[in-house]
Write a protein that binds this ligand. Structure first.
Ligand SMILES: [Zn+2]
Ligand SMILES: [Zn+2]
Length: 255
């Protein structure tokens, strides 16, 4: 849907606001294309980066905080967890993401966060123009409101199969995407700033909180402040995902 919404915004919504061929139109096209590049680029990298223990050189001895995974039949480092879907222990496992069909862990955490950031910005940006677009083409009657609130039902079951109703559907999808991306983004941003993964947050473990700036470095790498520009900005991670220094500050939740 991301590419469909991009096409819809650039070639149907934007010309309603700005004359095609004018400078403002091209500036918005450039911003929209950069956002799409970041959304798709980060998404693809999340999927292809292997963040499991597979192929890593792991110690065969059981160190403090390490555990033995019966399924992988290997010792696994701290913060790694076995994912039943990927069937593998994942380094600094955050969660299994059904949307990207892979685990979010040490290597791809940066790209997942940047995917959410750019998806949030894109959908807010699109929803702003969509709101004006809808305002102009919606009649303020019961039927007009129903078409906005239940766009799929009206489109699928023949209530309104016009092209305009399909456009309303795209606007609603962008709006729902905005709510989902912002909610998820805020939840995961708090975890990143606190130096936690989901499991640690649920259990109340604050064992790896190195301070806001250092926590950002741990996820986004040495050049964390420019990783928002492109998924191809090189930013090596300070940790190898295997050795972790614990600064135990167990919260009241875990007591
Ligand atoms: Zn395992
Ligand atoms: Zn998984």
């Amino acid at each position: 849907m991301i590419q469909v919404i991009y096409w819809f915004e650039l070639f149907l919504v934007l010309p309603e606001h700005y004359a095609e061929g004018g400078m403002p139109y091209y500036i918005h096209c450039a911003i929209g294309t950069w956002l799409l590049f970041n959304v798709v680029g980060n998404y693809v990298i999340v999927f292809f980066l292997d963040t499991s223990i597979r192929g890593r050189f792991l110690s065969s001895e059981m160190k403090p905080n390490w555990r033995f995974c019966d399924v992988c039949e290997a010792v696994a480092p701290p913060r790694s967890w076995h994912c039943p879907v990927c069937d593998m222990c994942i380094l600094k496992r955050d969660h299994h993401c059904n949307f990207t069909a892979c685990c979010i862990g040490h290597e791809n955490h940066r790209y997942f966060m940047m995917f959410l950031l750019h998806l949030s910005i894109s959908t807010v940006y699109a929803s702003y123009f969509n709101a004006i677009f809808l305002w102009r083409c919606t009649s303020f009657s019961v039927m007009g409101v129903l078409k906005l609130v239940f766009p799929v039902a009206l489109f699928m079951f023949g209530g309104d199969t016009s092209q305009l109703q399909l456009y309303r559907l795209f606007c609603v999808i962008a709006f729902i995407g905005m709510i989902a991306a912002i909610s998820l983004g805020c939840y995961h941003a708090v975890n990143v700033l606190n130096g936690q993964v989901m499991h640690e947050r649920v259990k109340g473990f604050i064992d790896y909180d190195l301070g806001r700036k250092e926590n950002l470095r741990q996820v986004f790498g040495e050049r964390w402040y420019i990783t928002w520009i492109s998924p191809f900005v090189k930013s090596p991670l300070p940790s190898d995902g295997i050795e972790w220094v614990s600064v135990k500050k167990t919260s009241a939740k875990s007591k």
